[in-house]
Design a protein around this ligand. Structure first.
Ligand SMILES: Nc1ncnc2c1ncn2[C@@H]1O[C@H](COP(=O)(O)OP(=O)(O)O)[C@@H](O)[C@H]1O
Ligand SMILES: [Mg+2]
Length: 257
């Protein structure tokens, strides 16, 4: 099982879009893929037309067992998506209460790792959509993943946010004595604007081989796809964004980044 997390403390940078589209492309390859929604906003859950305010079972349930997760529980929560081979472990807005209520309890940082141990034979890939806050949920995602993807919008303000994210990562790696590979993914790149071009150059300068050597362009087809509740490969497999997500996946599967 390959476990990848998508994280950035900034919202609206393409985290959910990246997780959904990479997941659907993996499923297209015949892989068994789980999209794991750990974001209290539940955008990934809403993407597939499930309501994070009304779900009977969600990733929240995993945190309600003092770290002893019943074996049947993960499969009880998992739901289908319209893509064959692509399933979803949905989030509910109740996740937002966890930071206050359980973050002090022992073992709460390993709930996702323990959940994935129970699903080890059921999936080839797991993509975790992380919340934009450094708290117990993000710690869970970082503890469970072998690799981290950090989407960054190619605009100046996003670079500031990235500095914070990388600092957070260093802190977590030190305190957990765990290291993982991370890859920065420039997103929403608009080649007509100087700001995008300049930002891409700065990213490469500051983060060097930690930056994917290509980028995801601005493509309104991604928004069209999300309205339909489908990944872009089901809407327009030859669109620029679909092609770029395919090439990103290739990089990741070849161990790059
Ligand atoms: N490359 C892109 N081009 C155009 N729109 C995009 C692109 N990536 C994401 N979006 C849109 O931007 C919004 C925010 O993206 P999202 O993936 O939800 O960000 P995050 O999960 O980081 O908050 C969504 O409406 C999404 O459809
Ligand atoms: Mg999101």
């Amino acid at each position: 099982m390959h476990v990848w997390a998508v994280a950035n403390q900034k919202g609206g940078v393409g985290k959910t879009t990246t997780a959904v589209n990479l997941g659907a492309l993996l499923a297209e390859q015949g892989k068994r893929v789980l999209l794991f929604d750990l974001d209290p906003q539940g955008s990934m859950t809403a993407y597939f037309k499930y309501n994070p305010d009304e779900l009977q079972h969600s990733s929240y349930d995993l945190f309600c067992h003092k770290g002893q997760i019943p074996e049947y529980l993960p499969q009880q929560i998992i739901v289908d998506t319209p893509h064959a081979g692509l399933q979803l472990l949905p989030a509910s807005t109740a996740l937002a209460t966890l930071e206050r209520n359980i973050s002090q309890q022992d073992g709460m940082g390993l709930v996702v790792s323990k959940t994935l141990a129970l699903l080890w034979d059921d999936f080839d890939y797991v993509l975790i959509d992380s919340p934009p806050l450094l708290g117990v949920l993000m710690i869970n995602a970082l503890a469970a993943c072998a690799r981290l993807l950090i989407p960054v919008q190619t605009e100046y303000l996003a670079l500031k946010g990235l500095e914070r994210m990388v600092h957070t990562l260093d802190m977590v790696m030190k305190s957990r004595q765990k290291s993982f590979q991370y890859l920065i993914i420039p997103t929403m790149f608009d080649r007509r604007t100087q700001a995008s071009l300049k930002c891409l150059r700065m990213l490469k300068q500051d983060y060097d081989d930690k930056v994917w050597n290509s980028m995801i362009p601005v493509d309104t087809k991604l928004r069209d796809a999300s309205k339909e509740g489908l990944a872009i490969n089901a809407i327009d497999p030859n669109s620029r964004a679909a092609q770029k997500y395919r090439s990103l996946l290739e990089t990741l599967q070849n161990g790059g980044g």
